[in-house]
Design a protein around this ligand. Structure first.
Ligand code: SF4
Length: 413
């Protein structure tokens, strides 16, 4: 019976998968083809990606205890896919003061966080001095926290305000406590697509300049792609090719994170007529193609549980992924675009989800250093989630709920 399935696999697909498993670099054209396979070809793709994952990183699945801190939702950029940004006169626009932000960090530390991810809208009255002060204030109060802060869009804004050399500006932020950058604001690194998604946003060349400069001074970044809107498989494959080329040159990416587009509450779908997001098959295929395409240059392929949900995330763990992302604690970017998967996943939930698919949970730091490997469930630490002592982890002191309990926001820049 299985031979019949193998007989059904397209010989070209089989040759590409064989080549990837033998360590040959996959071409962009081959990735484009794999992104659209179905039936027996898709089964073969997922099997090959799972095999490659096992060879590359073994059976551990990592996660990081982190908190998102969005300091403002006021933004002038106007990305058509964004449900998070507000005009300053809207009733739910906010700019959190430093005390509020420090309280959020303190709450995160109490819950075991090792990382704070700082991103926000591009506020017309904030500048480079504000970005530095925000990082320095948090780092001085909580020196143990890794600050994963400021997307390339925010770096572009702050840098242009500063008048400094780009490398000097990034070093200046590092001195204040920034230790890595989110590789967001990438969406699709193709200026024709970017012109439709967000004409005022930084262009591909500028994104690449910021990322390469960060890597050149020892500031690592993540890498991302946003798919499921107006792009084609050709754009996604070319985007992945650009990310791989940068990685060959700099080695500065810690991971690759495919981000499915959330369509419900934005202009791109409701006015401009984009697709209503990706299918479940696309979500799994892009993880599998990323695993095979990026090897050996990027070995950490991360699931975005906010976009995919926990159950599809578990499937993705069997199709090439080895990282479940972060706890987040406060996820307001995907939620405000219509994501339904909550804004907090507790560490104990990550461990359960990972064990349910027969893998070993590992708590990592931002740079993929192993902090704890949880081989024996009997030795798991007690929950640090608010309400855990009374047996409820449904709702935190911030109003954050566990995944699946409420619609969550799409951040940002
Ligand atoms: S995605 Fe970021 S830059 Fe774009 S509108 Fe939203 S907050 Fe602003």
């Amino acid at each position: 019976m299985f031979q019949r399935m193998l007989d059904d696999v397209n010989p070209r697909v089989a040759a590409i998968l064989d080549g990837a498993l033998e360590g040959r670099e996959m071409s962009v054209e081959d990735a484009e083809l794999l992104l659209g396979v179905e039936g027996a070809d898709q089964h073969a793709l997922l099997w090959a990606a799972d095999r490659a994952r096992q060879e590359d990183v073994g059976d551990d699945v990592s996660y990081v205890i982190c908190r998102n801190v969005n300091f403002t939702n006021i933004c002038y950029v106007g990305c058509s896919f964004c449900g998070f940004a507000r005009h300053k006169h809207q009733s739910d626009a906010y700019v959190h003061d430093m005390d509020t932000l420090l309280e959020k960090c303190a709450g995160a530390v109490e819950r075991g966080a090792t990382e704070i991810c700082i991103q926000g809208g591009i506020h017309p009255q904030k500048n480079h001095e504000y970005y530095r002060e925000l990082a320095a204030t948090i780092k001085n109060a909580f020196p143990q926290l890794h600050l994963h802060a400021y997307s390339p869009e925010e770096i572009d804004w702050g840098h242009r305000k500063s008048g400094m050399d780009l490398a000097d500006y990034l070093r200046w932020l590092m001195e204040a406590g920034v230790s890595s950058l989110p590789g967001t604001a990438a969406e699709i690194l193709d200026d024709e697509i970017r012109e439709i998604l967000s004409p005022r946003k930084l262009k591909t060349a500028r994104w690449v300049e910021i990322i390469k400069t960060a890597h050149s001074i020892g500031l690592p970044t993540t890498s991302t792609v946003m798919y499921g809107h107006i792009e084609s498989a050709r754009h996604v494959a070319a985007h992945m090719g650009l990310i791989r080329d940068i990685q060959k040159e700099t080695g500065g990416f810690t991971e690759f994170v495919p981000l499915g587009y959330i369509h419900e509450m934005n202009e791109l779908y409701n006015v401009l007529g984009s697709r209503p997001g990706s299918t479940a098959s696309e979500d799994i295929r892009i993880i599998a193609v990323a695993r095979l395409f990026m090897r050996p240059w990027i070995t950490n392929i991360q699931i975005s549980w906010v976009k995919m949900g926990h159950k599809l995330g578990q499937i993705a763990l069997g199709a090439g992924a080895n990282d479940f992302g972060g706890t987040l604690m406060e996820e307001s970017i995907s939620r405000e675009s219509g994501s339904m998967f909550g804004e907090n996943t507790a560490p104990e939930d990550f461990r359960r989800l990972i064990r349910e698919v027969g893998r070993t949970p590992v708590e990592r730091n931002t740079l993929y250093g192993v902090l704890h490997r949880f081989e024996d469930p009997a030795l798991d630490p007690p929950s640090m989630e608010p309400g855990a002592a009374s047996g409820s982890s449904e709702e935190s002191d911030t109003g954050a709920r566990s995944a699946g309990s409420e619609p969550v926001l799409q951040v940002v820049s």
